[in-house]
Design a protein around this ligand. Sequence first.
Ligand code: FES
Ligand SMILES: [Fe+2]
Length: 406
Amino acid sequence: MISVMSAVVLSDAFFEGLNSSATGLDRAETLPPACYTNADFYDFEKEALFNHEWLCVGRESWVKEPGDYFTTRIIGEPIVVTRTRQNEIKAMSSVCQHRGMLVAEGRGNVRGLLCPYHHWIYSLSGELINAPAMERTCDFDKKSIRLPSFKVEIWLGFIFINFDPAAPPLAPRLTSVANAAEPYDIANAEGPPSTSGSFPWNWKVMFENNNDGYHANKLHRGPLHDFVPSELASFPDFAPGDAGFLRYNGTTHPGASFNPTQKTVLPPFPKLTEADRHRMVFANVPPTLSMVLGNDLIIFFILRATGPETMEQDTGLLVAPGAMEDPSFEHRFAMINTSAMQIISQDMHVDGLVQVGLRSRFAPRGRYSWQEGAQGQFNHWLVRRYQDAWRRMSAKTRTSSLTAAE
Ligand code: FES
Ligand SMILES: [Fe+2]
């Protein structure tokens, strides 16, 4: 049964009310708190965003060799990504088409995907190739069974999937982010294994924190972050068709890096321009990928919504090609990693308490500072999709009630 709160949320008036979040930043207000807490809104959001947008699931380097695979989950869907013998990257549902066991867990290298329950075997592209003791089963055609597969696109070494077989390609809609990221040569950057965690907050709370220039020298005040002050934030224009957006944040000295020396301790990315040396880039490809591009380190976050008030995240670090071969790499990297993790833990403390605040009856629709330009861009990206989906879904409901009345 739909709750009173949900009936209020999922209404024409609610979706019209989102206009005030997608106007000029000087007049805009934040999204309604229900967008971060309400279970029916989350279900709506799955259709409005996650079922049709490109979702980052990992790095190409996570499946370097034929037979390599990794697993992940987003909006509750278990996914396996493989590299086939033909060197193609494939992404599929990992749900066995016999009785629903998952055919893969974790990461590894295999010849095929063997379901541990009754030993059905799928190829690395998902075709069912063996199903023991099924010869007495009527009309059982092994060839007609496969793991449901998803569209795949590789962008700057990141693997994106799309649940929508009709989704248009991603890269042509990411040119402004790709241009800003070009000097960092992200496709060839290398890094140690990523780490993952589960968190008790809505995915947008964290996405917005990663977007936010306003808190830079407030929440993170101190020697690890003061050289990236909020007043040096700028926000390049974002076109309505763009699939991503970014913030440049100037630094008070060139060659800055998040570590106690405040300067690069690893080899800088080789193609940085003079302008790049004086700034950091915070780039976003909603709803899953957020990146911080620094002079000697890229931090990336893959956000995976798991519920209205929960998410998982993979956190990865990338450095310039060859940097990891330096004998002192481990020690230098530890300097940055310790600092980055301290900054990230300050952010996470806030994320947890913002979620508590958003759940309160006193949660606001607040106003923005000019230093929150990327929140405005995120809101435009979201509201357009929310309103389009609501119109689509309402039209469908009207059509089916008309058909029922005939
Ligand atoms: S559930 Fe996979 S083989 Fe039975
Ligand atoms: Fe932060």
